[in-house]
Design a protein around this ligand. Structure first.
Ligand SMILES: Cc1cc2nc3c(=O)[nH]c(=O)nc-3n(C[C@H](O)[C@H](O)[C@H](O)COP(=O)(O)OP(=O)(O)OC[C@H]3O[C@@H](n4cnc5c(N)ncnc54)[C@H](O)[C@@H]3O)c2cc1C
Length: 449
């Protein structure tokens, strides 16, 4: 297998690959992020013959690079049932598959210095009560007590005790292995170039290593989904933001769960270090795909990212998921020329988060950075994922566009996709997440992250 270590700047657990492609599968899953491998796991449990094709390594893109938050807090109402189901699944998965995914239900806290933001959270808390989700607003004094220094700034917060976190570097690999144990085949370094149609129906998935006959496909390609769909005449509005995060060396325990402020976000890992970043801080890069969907995305980007985002042209204009690309089923595709989307970490973001962390927690001053990485967060215009069948292409399902919060709902997204593909009763109402909504008029507004 090609060594992709230099493109994966964090300790990602390895997954064994199956050498031989099956001649036929009930379902071929394109993409080995959390959305793809969780669907593979639940389809294999339903005794479907599943093959997962991943152009690089399982979990090497967003699913291995995220903060690891597993949250209901501040979710869009359309995703809340999925988030609730996922929390239950995370709690059971370790026992079910016999592997530690690093899941701990030790709560998440958001603090703010902005009265309008707090009012939004308060509204969310009362909405969520209707779903039996019980978060609690924190007073100024309670918020101050959470931080030993720099606390004058925070006027309040919200605590969601039933939320938690898991380890991104472990979770997707463990789910892929669990799917494999239940009969799925996993093919890494194996890009899907396209889907072959036969008489209006899906006939096969063509990969760089050969064809797999199938009548059902799940495209869970993360940031690459729109490009893959477009090649098949399927329009999926998707755009990305470049974000950065880092892992510290082990340090003194100052919190258990996760805490987010406007200046830094962090959570304690099981190895005693912290995963740190800054919420909603990123770089929107102008790309051909971004320009194509600019009108649809502008309201969401303005609302969610405008306060701390920069805009510019970078390498992503010329290569990667949002660049212009042409290929055939028998020529090298863009998915092979970039095995792992590995943007560089943004140094000013890393330094700003480190400074803010040390300012609020002097005990962590001077803590070392163990690993740092950039990542590409893929988004839809309403910042909610699409899970369902693409209109007009029977058998072509999509699970993508998780808009910066797909890790936590990953197991539920996988189960929902598996239910829809299998034709079983879905775990939640799939209508609010349907793919077709982007060509309708009722695309809702995004919730705060
Ligand atoms: C910095 C950061 C912090 C985040 N924090 C959180 C958080 O705390 N909590 C949370 O819930 N979410 C978080 N997220 C979001 C979360 O990581 C993503 O929503 C989620 O991982 C998306 O999973 P995915 O499977 O859709 O995509 P990915 O993990 O990106 O996987 C897609 C896979 O498809 C493969 N692929 C694409 N095209 C092809 C092809 N043609 N053939 C074969 N393989 C292909 C890619 O190589 C890739 O491995 C964060 C994201 C980032 C970047």
């Amino acid at each position: 297998m090609t060594d992709l270590t230099k493109d994966i700047p964090f300790a990602l657990a390895a997954v064994a690959s199956d050498d031989e492609l099956p001649a036929e599968a009930d379902v071929v899953i394109i993409g080995g992020g959390i959305a793809g491998v969780a669907a593979a796991y639940y389809l294999a449990k339903k005794r479907h013959r599943v093959a997962v094709v991943e152009k690089g390594r399982i979990g090497a893109e967003q699913s291995g690079r995220n903060w690891g938050w597993v949250r209901q807090q501040n979710r869009d109402e359309r995703e809340l049932p999925l988030a609730k189901w996922a929390l239950g699944a995370w709690a059971e998965l370790a026992g079910e598959i016999g592997a530690d995914l690093g899941f701990r239900r030790d709560g998440l806290v958001y603090v703010s210095d902005d009265a309008e933001e707090l009012a939004g959270w308060e509204k969310w808390v009362s909405m969520a009560r209707g779903y039996d989700v019980h978060s609690r607003m924190l007073s100024r004094a309670e918020t101050a007590a959470l931080m030993p220094a720099g606390s004058d700034r925070w006027i309040g917060g919200v605590h969601s005790p039933s939320d938690g976190h898991a380890e991104p570097a472990l979770a997707s690999p463990a789910l892929a292995e669990a799917a494999r144990v239940r009969g799925a085949t996993i093919h890494q370094n194996c890009a899907a170039r396209g889907v072959e149609m036969q008489g209006g129906a899906i006939g096969a998935v063509v990969t760089e290593k050969g064809r797999i006959r199938t009548s059902r496909v799940l495209c869970a390609g993360g940031a690459w989904t729109s490009l893959f769909c477009r090649w098949h005449g399927i329009d999926f509005p998707q755009s990305g933001v470049h974000a950065s995060a880092f892992a510290t060396m082990p340090g003194p325990a100052v919190i258990n769960g996760g805490l987010s402020t406007p200046g830094f976000t962090f959570r304690r890992r099981t190895d005693g270090g912290y995963t740190v970043s800054i919420r909603n801080r990123g770089r929107i890069e102008i790309t051909p795909q971004g320009l194509r969907y600019a009108r649809q995305f502008w309201p969401m980007f303005r609302e969610r990212w405008s306060s701390s985002v920069s805009l510019g042209v970078g390498r992503s204009f010329f290569s990667g998921p949002e660049a212009l690309a042409r290929w055939d089923l028998d020529t090298i595709s863009p998915f092979e020329t970039m095995r792992v989307l590995n943007p560089a970490a943004d140094e000013p973001t890393i330094q700003a988060a480190l400074d803010a962390l040390a300012h609020n927690y002097p005990m962590l001053k001077g803590i070392g950075v163990a690993q740092k990485w950039g990542a590409w967060i893929d988004s839809t215009p309403d910042a909610v994922a699409a899970i369902g069948e693409a209109p007009g292409v029977p058998g072509f399902f999509v699970s993508s566009g998780f808009s910066g919060h797909g890790f936590g709902v990953g197991p539920a997204a996988g189960r929902l996709a598996a239910d829809l593909i299998a034709g079983d009763k879905p775990i939640v109402d799939p209508h609010p997440l349907r793919f077709a909504r982007f060509s309708e008029d009722d695309v809702g507004r995004p919730a705060a992250m």
